[in-house]
Design a binder for this molecule. Structure first.
Ligand code: COA
Length: 200
């Protein structure tokens, strides 16, 4: 019997990934404490203004999310990784969490969406390019993903530049796609198949 493409709906993510500067792995309670200030309240807005998620109210909100992703299955929870400083050269301490990447099923098995954010002190150093490229490579090569998609608010130049650099193609613009804090926003839809992926 031929295998269905993409992660099995009942799969639990056990993959720890490594790149030149990063380790990508699951989050724990300590990581939740460290990441909370970057996504909470007014100070977190630099990050959460561009996400559907409005950020956590408490550290426990993030800790719960991390716990769910160490035991939860791909459907309905998706897979999730933290981007960690592999050698301690970016943050001063090996393993420090800097941001997050999630992958979820979208439509038929084998078609997935990705979402991501990075704490502002680490922006514009190519960190998300490095981390996301590795997650996409893992998705295609190890999990049998056929297509990745990402939705980007039209005023999010950083995310659009990131995706285009990696090889994503803009497939369209969805007007009045979402409501964010009471405001309607338009979104660009980006898509990537394996042959689009730029080498790291
Ligand atoms: C989007 C985000 C993850 C980018 O992370 P990053 O590690 O800074 O990105 P990189 O350094 O790998 O940069 C990738 C590309 O984007 C460009 N870029 C980065 N920040 C930018 C900005 N503020 N404006 C325009 N371009 C920007 C980089 O120059 C690079 O392009 P280049 O190689 O052609 O020069 C980060 O800005 C972020 O977390 N933003 C808030 C949350 C968010 O928007 N998430 C995505 C929702 S769709």
């Amino acid at each position: 019997m031929s295998r269905e493409p993409g992660p099995a709906p009942d799969a639990v993510n056990e993959a720890v990934l490594e790149t030149k500067r990063l380790t990508l792995s699951f989050g724990n309670d300590r990581d939740a404490e460290m990441l909370f200030p970057y996504v909470h309240g007014e100070t977190g807005r630099q990050v959460t203004d561009f996400l559907l998620w409005d950020g956590p109210d408490t550290v426990e909100d993030i800790a719960k999310f991390f716990r769910l992703h160490t035991t939860g299955t791909f459907v309905p929870h998706g897979f999730h990784w933290l981007l960690r400083d592999r050698h301690g050269e970016l943050t001063g301490a090996r393993g420090t969490p800097m941001g997050s990447i999630g992958m979820n099923q979208r439509g038929p098995q084998g078609r997935c969406s990705v979402g991501y954010w990075l704490a502002p002190p680490f922006w514009k150093k190519g960190i998300m390019t490095e981390g996301l490229t590795e997650v996409l490579r893992h998705g295609f090569e190890q999990l049998g993903v056929v297509k990745f998609e990402a939705e980007v608010f039209v005023d999010n130049g950083a995310s659009a530049a990131l995706l285009e650099r990696i090889g994503f193609k803009r497939e369209g613009t969805i007007r009045r796609a979402q409501q964010k804090r009471g405001r309607w926003v338009d979104e660009h839809l980006y898509g990537l198949v394996q042959t689009d992926l730029s080498p790291p």
